[in-house]
Design a binder for this molecule. Structure first.
Ligand code: IMP
Ligand code: MG
Length: 180
């Protein structure tokens, strides 16, 4: 994407009302599935911070929150498959019910890496929740237990999701039309 496109106004793909309505449904599902349990909610930084903070406020089970920083993209628009941990979790996860919250599952490589490294910490259970899933882009079999929206191959931004650090503050999920 040329630098000029960073200043373009993204087009709306999922408006904020739709995001919030779907989050309420997911929160209800999670609250139901974990009734009587306590969860460790893990926010995958940076892209999930908006989605995560909206969603956890709707979940009605006791929880603690942890933040795991991973970087897989640099400023490129295709997955490198290489995952770098930029911020680790210091709390023990042993015997805890863990739910990982990620912004987008594209190739699935990042979430697979995260799930494997969390399983190695012997939690009682680990499930995953992604705001967006790109089924056509998957390169590995990864199970996403709670999915917000399935989308196409388009590169999206907003609602926490960036392109080259930009656009995280948009209240909606949008896409940038490629100029010719
Ligand atoms: P994966 O490893 O290919 O599944 O990539 C997942 C990560 O890549 C996401 O958590 C995002 O940080 C980033 N990513 C994937 N698709 C997009 C996109 O359309 N816009 C912005 N970031 C994306
Ligand atoms: Mg991410």
């Amino acid at each position: 994407m040329p630098t000029s496109e960073k200043t373009k106004q993204p087009k709306i793909l999922i408006p904020d009302v739709k995001l919030h309505a779907r989050l309420a449904e997911i929160a209800q599902e999670i609250s139901h599935d974990y009734r009587g349990k306590e969860i460790v909610a893990i926010c995958i930084l940076k892209g999930s911070f908006v989605f995560f903070s909206d969603l956890i406020r709707l979940i009605d089970v006791p929880m603690t929150c942890e933040f795991l920083g991973v970087s897989s993209y640099g400023n490129k628009m295709v997955s490198s498959g290489e995952v770098k941990v930029t911020l680790d979790i210091n709390e023990p996860l042993e015997n805890k019910h863990v739910i990982v919250f990620d912004d987008i599952v594209d190739s699935g490589l990042t979430l697979t890496y995260i799930m494997n490294s969390l399983r190695a910490r012997n939690p009682a259970s680990v499930k995953s929740c992604a705001l967006l899933l790109k089924p056509e882009c998957l390169k590995t079999e990864v199970e996403v237990d709670y999915v917000g929206f399935k989308i196409g191959k388009e590169f999206v931004v907003g609602y926490g999701i960036d392109y080259a650090g930009q656009f995280r503050g948009l209240p909606y999920v949008g896409y940038i039309e490629q100029g010719h």
